[in-house]
Design a protein around this ligand. Structure first.
Ligand code: PLP
Length: 377
């Protein structure tokens, strides 16, 4: 089996974890949490970082500290993980969707301004699959309309937009450390910000809003979103190697592209845009619209050959849970619908080797051949 993702954990992870066990510091009070936060903040050029239980919690916290709630609207791409909309809806606010760009698979920034109403409070951008959103127009629109910017950088650790780290450009940036991300802690998340007050509120809300002077007296409802010392120990060892990981991912991306370049009927990730170089969070494959094959058929074919894949995101506006709530009912975003029907990603983890990549590329080739002209086989 070639898994769709396998993390690389052969740096200082074991050593730091042993330090936790030997010292007895396993909870969020242990020293690795602060060390991981400081190392991560420095790496993404942000002044403050607050470590959390996961990336979905980070989004929920970001929405909460920006005081987004009842009656507010937040603009976001429909082509993203459900966590983005869940965070907004749980806060009592409404997600307002835009479609994505067919080449970069990121939010189509040209569609944002038309969606702004008197209720709009924020734009939630999502840096997707290894390329960033075109941030300059987003920041310009936000500043002109007095909107906040939340950057979901869960797939963008160490990715730069015009030399600026993703996560550091908006009011608040969120990260995930799930094992398929560039930095993992098993489960984990982070918010980063340059705003001291927002950071302080994040720290309080993540910790149930305990008060220093009157511990069990609460002025506000928080959550327990604390990261453990064990998780942070792994995270610190991972972030020490982030530059190395990104180099490796770029090499892998270039190799897949070399292997698949001439193949008819598929669109590959773009290597670079005017403002960024791909870090290939995952290596996506998009089947041509007129090909009589969809992602599901191709993924089943590869699965039967023991090659792990994942489908692209299912658009938010099509999610049964939201349809059932009466949200996005008659809305249509053709590019996101096309991507979800025809897009999937192939094994992209840091442990993947070149022999496996050749095997994946060959299977993909054979699959296209057999599925496109089944009569001949
Ligand atoms: C992974 C991911 C998340 C959620 O992170 P979890 O840690 O799994 O909760 C949020 N947004 C995006 C874009 C992601 O890829």
């Amino acid at each position: 089996m070639i898994p769709v993702n396998e993390p690389l954990l052969d740096g200082n992870e074991k050593k730091y974890l042993c330090e936790c066990i030997d010292s007895g510091w396993v909870s969020s009070e242990g020293p690795f949490v602060k060390r991981f936060e400081n190392a991560f903040a420095a790496r993404v050029n942000s002044q403050h970082a607050v470590a959390l239980t996961n990336g979905s919690a980070a989004l929920e916290l970001a929405v909460a500290v920006l005081d987004i709630g009842e009656g507010d609207e937040v603009i976001m791409p429909t082509f993203t993980i459900i966590s983005c909309a869940n965070a907004v809806i749980r806060a009592g606010a409404t997600p307002v969707l835009v479609d994505v760009d067919p080449v970069t698979w990121n939010m189509d920034v040209a569609q944002v301004e038309a969606k702004i109403t008197g209720k709009t409070r924020a734009i939630m951008v999502v840096h997707t699959y290894g390329l960033p959103v075109d941030m300059a127009p987003i920041l310009e629109i936000a500043s002109r309309h007095g909107l906040r910017v939340i950057e979901d950088a869960a797939e963008a650790h160490g990715l730069d937009y015009n030399g600026i780290p993703c996560g550091s450009m908006g009011d608040i940036g969120t990260f995930s450390f799930y094992p398929n991300k560039h930095v993992t802690t098993g489960e984990g998340g982070m918010v980063v910000t340059n705003d001291e007050q927002l950071a302080e509120r994040c720290r309080s809300l993540r910790n149930l809003c305990f008060q220093a002077s009157r511990r069990f007296v609460h002025e506000e409802m928080g959550w327990n979103m604390r990261m453990t010392n064990l998780q942070a120990a792994v995270g610190l060892a991972q972030v020490e190697r982030l530059d190395e990981f990104i180099l490796k991912k770029r090499e892998m991306g270039a190799y897949y592209t070399q292997l698949l370049q001439g193949v008819n009927g598929i669109q590959l990730p773009v290597v670079r845009t005017d403002y960024a170089e791909n870090i290939y969070w995952v290596y996506g494959i998009l089947l041509d619209q007129d090909l009589p094959v969809n992602a599901k058929m191709m993924m089943d074919f590869l699965g039967a050959r023991k090659i792990g894949t994942r489908p692209f995101f299912y658009p938010l506006h099509r999610q049964p849970v939201y349809q059932g709530m009466g949200l996005f009912v008659d809305e249509s975003y053709p590019i996101a619908e096309y991507l979800s029907e025809k897009g999937f990603y192939i094994p992209s983890g840091l442990k993947l080797n070149r022999v496996q990549m050749v095997e994946v590329a060959e299977a993909l080739n054979v699959g296209l051949d057999e599925l496109v002209s089944p009569v001949l086989h």
